[in-house]
Design a protein around this ligand. Structure first.
Ligand SMILES: [Zn+2]
Length: 478
């Protein structure tokens, strides 16, 4: 399947053929995540959870249902989510006295409890997270793992005594994304402050990680929100400060989307033959394929068993495919499913006491000694990931362009780029420039680069020609 020619078709193909997602479940927008995907997602979850723990967060688990009265407490929040909520109105034969929302996000479940848990300054900062599912009635066309009605994610909810504490958390959230999504998983992204018209309902500001997918559209894979005191006031999350005064806490929340991160991973690390799983995260790291010839089955099986034993003793996830299929069939199958390393065992290798390692990305072969096979396999796996990661990151860097002219922006968007433009205002929805980008270029203003102090000096807005105040990034999006 030609990934560069038609990415969308490739994506549908890979989900089905590599047995990642099954869209035949009979509720629209609720695909089933199969073991070959979920075992990787579980590893991504745990990498993220460990990094949150290292940064002083603790895990928790809240109920999936939220009473309607909670949801209604923060006005902008409910306005932003009312079209997206799944409601439970009946239980058994009884109509519920109060409707329950299946959580679309958990602020309004968690903060009434925070009001009970937080009393004094010594209770702060409070940094908790949960890994789980939220439900949103998505009305746009759904797409497995990317736009669905049941979303796998982690959500953190943090409280601080001061605004500065909350601001520092946004920086930490970005750093955690850089470590896990960027370094460990090898998914490049830009971290934006979203325009005012695109913030989380109820937040003062929203920041988000956008990864540019192979078809030139950006995918939002994590968001973090400065909630200020917008929720702590209606939910009365207060503490008595060291000066004896009662104050409302400052809050942030952070949501890395696990299924979207996974979607970005397979999209960046896939090719025409299938997925190329990251060595550290692949459900199976090595597949051993015997090349039988004539009557040598027992000899080959015996030699392969020795290799398998060494790999397993070294905690390498290995699988011996001695099924009745031809070697060629097996190569194709495991290349499709993304196993990073293949070992081929034939008569020649046995006679020389050698092992042949095949890299999934280049399909290059390397002959190595039996006694060093475990070390050589891990080495090859890591080397392969680093090689691919540099290419993926370079691709992203090459896809960031700049422009000051509307027609030129359109041309560059058609090439699948993210364009940096001088822009007039990030404040209000309905700005003519925002509308023009949407209508004429079929693109969105993704925001300003978070942490960048760079401002346009005596430049004109690329859209309206008035004075530019910001550098905005424009892209097409999922
Ligand atoms: Zn403008």
């Amino acid at each position: 399947m030609d990934k560069n020619k038609d990415f969308s078709e490739w994506y549908t193909w890979i989900l089905k053929e590599a047995e990642l997602v099954d869209i035949r479940y009979n509720v629209k927008g609720f695909p089933v995540i199969r073991p070959w995907a979920f075992s990787v997602m579980k590893k991504i979850y745990s990498a993220y959870e460990d990094e949150l723990d290292r940064n002083g967060h603790s895990p928790m688990q809240f109920p999936a249902v939220i009473p309607e009265s909670n949801l209604n407490k923060e006005k902008e929040h409910i306005k932003g989510f009312e079209d997206a909520v799944f409601w439970i109105e009946k239980a058994g034969m009884n109509r519920l006295e109060e409707r329950l929302a299946l959580r679309p996000t958990s602020e309004t479940a968690i903060y009434p409890m925070y009001a009970l848990w937080i009393n004094g300054i010594s209770d702060l900062p409070l940094k908790l997270y949960q890994s789980g599912t939220v439900w949103r009635y998505e009305t746009k066309a759904t797409r497995p793992l990317i736009r669905v009605r049941e979303i796998q994610w982690i959500e953190t909810h943090c409280c601080f005594a001061t605004k500065e504490g909350a601001e520092a958390q946004i920086i930490e959230d970005k750093a955690i994304a850089e470590t896990i999504i960027g370094d460990v998983l090898g998914i490049p992204f830009l971290f934006f402050q979203r325009p005012k018209w695109d913030k989380f309902p109820g937040a003062d500001n929203t920041y988000a990680a956008d990864s540019l997918m192979p078809d030139g559209k950006v995918l939002q894979i994590a968001t973090t929100h400065m909630l200020g005191q917008n929720f702590s006031k209606p939910f009365e999350v207060k503490f008595s400060d060291s000066d004896g005064k009662e104050k409302y806490v400052w809050q942030t929340c952070y949501g890395p989307g696990m299924s979207r991160i996974f979607a970005a991973l397979i999209s960046h690390y896939g090719d025409d033959k299938g997925i190329v799983y990251h060595y550290q995260f692949s459900p199976i790291q090595v597949v051993v394929v015997p090349i039988y010839k004539g009557e040598n089955k027992a000899k080959i099986d015996n030699y392969a068993a020795g290799i398998m034993r060494v790999l397993k003793e070294n905690d390498i996830r290995a699988y011996y495919d001695n099924s009745n299929n031809t070697p060629g069939f097996k190569y194709n199958r495991w290349e499709l499913k993304g196993i990073p390393i293949r070992i081929e065992v034939g008569e020649r290798e046995i006679d020389a006491n050698k092992v042949v390692i095949v890299y999934r990305d280049t399909r290059e072969k390397k002959t190595t000694e039996l006694e060093s096979v475990a070390n050589d396999v891990s080495q090859a796996g890591k080397e392969m990931f680093e090689r691919m990661k540099s290419a993926v990151f370079e691709n992203m860097r090459n896809s960031i362009d700049k422009s000051e002219d509307m027609d030129d922006i359109g041309k560059k968007l058609d090439l699948g780029k993210i364009i940096k433009i001088p822009f007039c205002s990030m404040e209000m929805e309905g700005e003519p420039c925002y509308e023009q980008i949407k209508d004429k270029l079929k693109a969105e203003v993704r925001g300003t680069l978070f942490g960048s102090e760079e401002k346009p000096k005596s430049k004109k807005c690329a859209i309206c020609g008035k004075e530019a105040h910001e550098y905005a990034y424009v892209a097409r999006q999922y």
